[in-house]
Design a protein around this ligand. Structure first.
Ligand code: URA
Length: 254
């Protein structure tokens, strides 16, 4: 199968990166701390997760204490309690509920926007072309797909891949918060503006969010390009590469 130009670029970057591995990350990566963190979260990237952080997430979830899924202890239990959800209109049009996939103890959680056509068919996030690129992006900084946990802001596909509507996000995001509270990642990587603005509840451009370390309930969050955007705009890949290296560096410093 022939590769698209963008896949070639990333493969070349990956090859170069692997060659440079001998020098280890400290030499390879020029990690520059965030210029102006919107929210100071120094402790989240280093050392054990403070209990106060999980407390903040539990507080957000408290509002939903009467929901049947609220007490779920595992991802499997949570999925079984929410996968028939009809809280928004997308319940009527989806093929499969796309819960999330990966390591239930992941230190890194990757959050995208919403399932696309392939994900809707297969019931797993990031399995289409953007997913293939995501796997390569992760591999380029030495993460296997199975090592991280991958989920989306929405669990059901919006028709024609339109942007999520605010009421759909409102209905679905508590499920993501619950996933986060079960997995307890140390780092969240948001893919694209929609994932970043909805998780962080801020109305910013991707350009202004990139390069900063944000805080979500004590968890460090960085925002980078969505892989689908990189497939359309290969010139942005250099920036994505910098973001991924930064994430790896944060992970190394945990
Ligand atoms: N795009 C997303 O944001 N999520 C997916 O799962 C697939 C494509």
């Amino acid at each position: 199968m022939s590769k698209t130009p963008s896949e070639h670029d990333l493969a070349a970057e990956l090859e170069r990166f692997v060659k440079e591995q001998a020098a280890r990350f400290g030499d390879v990566i020029s990690y520059v701390p965030a210029k102006a963190p919107v929210s100071e979260a120094p402790a989240a990237a280093a050392g054990p997760q403070p209990s106060i952080a999980i407390g903040l997430l539990e507080e957000k979830l408290q509002v939903h204490r009467n929901e049947p899924w609220y007490t779920a202890k595992t991802l499997e239990e949570l999925e079984s309690k929410i996968n028939q959800c009809q809280k928004c209109r997308l319940g009527e049009t989806r093929t499969k509920f796309v819960f999330g996939v990966g390591n239930p103890n992941a230190k890194v959680m990757v959050i995208g926007e919403a399932p696309g056509a392939d994900e809707d068919k297969q019931g797993e996030p990031f399995v289409g072309r953007a997913g293939q690129l995501l796997n390569k992006m992760l591999a380029a900084v030495e993460f296997k797909r199975e090592e991280v946990y991958i989920a989306n802001i929405l669990k059901s596909r919006p028709p024609n891949n339109r942007d999520p509507k605010p009421d759909e996000v409102e209905a679905c995001e508590p499920y993501l918060w619950k996933q986060i509270s079960i997995v307890k990642p140390k780092i969240i990587l948001c893919l694209g503006r929609i994932a970043g603005t909805n998780l962080l509840k801020m109305n910013e451009s991707l350009g202004r969010m990139r390069g900063q370390v944000f805080d979500f309930c004590g968890i460090s969050v960085i925002v980078t390009y969505h892989p689908a955007a990189l497939l359309r705009n290969p010139d942005w890949k250099h920036g994505a590469w910098e973001d991924l290296k930064k994430m790896r560096r944060m992970y190394e410093e945990l």
